[in-house]
Design a protein around this ligand. Structure first.
Ligand SMILES: O=C[C@H](O)[C@@H](O)[C@@H](O)[C@H](O)C(=O)O
Length: 466
């Protein structure tokens, strides 16, 4: 029997262990999509305690605590930080079977050298030991990043952001890691939201242009794309609950924009038409800048109205949607391709039943010289566990070219989540190891190259304009 979290954790064959130890373990990290706060990294903020570095902002953990019956006071409420930590420690022993159990202990072990299991019995000693360490220089944001061998972080940013922290980080020669913004224009696309007018005001301010028509909007967005590009942006990101695409003329999109601008209610068809138009125009801007376009498709968001009113979005009340996406996605990518304006694109699905849809979609478009120009992104969010990742890797292997996969990203809001790359690498090496031991793949040096590429090199190449 193996010991929990030993050195060969998840590595069940000699080949897997060798691939991991010789290659995967020490690869740098190119974390091209996450929700880390650049201000925290710039200011190298000191965390007073484990609750601040570990539990604040992590809606995966909040969700688990609620499932464990914890009162909101100890999750997002006004309890003391110790009270919140204790509630988390009380939850952890119930997490066996959930990736949070693995991540939690990997994070304690990797960053804090704590080998104990977190539980109500060990909560106090782990709290004290880690809090004390948090006061040392090795336990500050920049050190968490550097100790994880991270070379690139892609944050997620609103187009109206002036990116002041990114700018300062870029100028700071004492910190070698690239922290690049990612263009996430939800504010422009979701015009049905009550916040639309406020967002437009911010857009006017940041772009220095008045925005009253669709032409104004496109000009202002182009201005923001140019600005982001100057600060080092290499990608955009979109969260779309579904993917519907229709070919819409600018006049029609302009009419819909004016209707919403004057506070009239839009039909669903108008919303979809406007979004199709804008997404298409944005796609062309991305292609021109040689950015990567990321499409995260299929979340059903803010399901709990009471809690949405209390806490807002991204608080742990989202789940998997069941809408169809194949037709719309195909029409959208094809429309861009026909104009020779299809950017490199990464497709992520939240419903695992859509794996085959996306994995096959990637083969429909190509550009000589860019391996797998359209990528099937790594197992996203509710799929980000052993079974989900193995399935995504197998599906991509069966239907595309796994060797060209750009690999893992954390998608996280916590600086300690970089261990998820280690988790992924172990899973990847284990899967390849299994294939070798079963005679399904040769025991050849090419596997080392494959692991190096999927673990780091492919992403680095894909997101750099090389
Ligand atoms: O992994 C899941 C997340 O952190 C999740 O909150 C994000 O992927 C978010 O839905 C987004 O739209 O960017």
């Amino acid at each position: 029997m193996k010991r929990f979290l030993d050195n060969d954790f998840l590595l069940n064959t000699d080949t897997a262990q060798k691939l991991y130890n010789d290659i995967a373990k020490d690869l740098p990290i190119h974390d091209f999509h996450c929700h880390l706060d650049p201000q925290e990294i710039l200011e190298n903020k000191s965390f007073k305690n484990m609750t601040q570095v570990w539990l604040a902002g992590d809606h995966y953990k909040w969700r688990a605590m609620r499932l464990n019956g914890v009162s909101e006071k100890f999750i997002t409420g006004d309890s003391s930080d110790w009270g919140k930590f204790e509630a988390w420690a009380d939850t952890v022993p119930n997490l066996i079977g959930n990736p949070l159990y693995h991540w939690t202990h990997m994070e304690l072990k990797t960053f804090f050298h704590v080998d104990k299991l977190l539980s109500p019995e060990t909560a106090r000693e782990i709290w004290e030991e880690c809090n004390e360490k948090l006061q040392q220089p090795e336990f500050k944001p920049r050190k968490f990043v550097e100790r994880s061998n991270v070379q690139f972080i892609g944050t997620t940013d609103d187009p109206t952001s002036m990116l002041e922290y990114h700018k300062l980080l870029k100028e700071d020669e004492s910190f070698k890691v690239t922290i690049a913004p990612t263009f996430r224009p939800d504010g422009a696309l979701f015009l049905e939201k009550t916040t639309f007018h406020d967002w437009l005001e911010k857009l006017e301010k940041s772009s220095g242009q008045s925005v009253q028509t669709i032409d104004d909007l496109l000009n202002a967005m182009q201005q923001r794309v140019n600005y982001f590009d100057k600060i080092g942006c290499r990608a955009s990101d979109h969260g779309l609950s579904q993917m519907v695409f229709t070919d819409v003329a600018k006049e029609e999109a302009g009419r819909i924009f004016i209707k919403r601008y004057s506070n009239e209610k839009l039909t669903n068809e108008e919303i979809v038409n406007y979004q199709s138009f804008l997404l298409f125009e944005l796609g062309k801007m991305y292609a021109e800048k040689k950015w990567v376009m990321q499409l995260h498709i299929g979340a059903t968001r803010n399901n709990n109205t009471k809690m949405f009113n209390r806490l807002g979005a991204d608080a742990g009340f989202d789940s998997i949607g069941d809408s169809s996406m194949a037709e719309g996605l195909s029409r959208f990518l094809d429309a861009l391709d026909q104009e020779n304006a299809l950017p490199k694109t990464v497709l992520y699905n939240l419903n695992p039943r859509d794996n085959y849809v996306l994995a096959t979609m990637t083969g429909n478009f190509y550009e000589a010289g860019i391996p797998a120009k359209v990528q099937f992104g790594s197992a996203w969010w509710f799929n980000d566990h052993i079974d989900g990742m193995v399935q995504q890797l197998k599906d991509l292997g069966n239907l595309g070219l796994l060797s060209h996969f750009i690999g893992m990203l954390t998608d996280s809001r916590s600086l300690l989540s970089f261990v998820r790359h280690d988790y992924f690498r172990r899973i990847l090496c284990n899967l390849i190891g299994e294939w070798v031991e079963e005679g399904k793949a040769p025991n050849d040096r090419l596997l080392e190259k494959m692991v190096r590429n999927i673990g780091y090199e492919n992403a680095e190449r894909y997101f750099t304009n090389r």
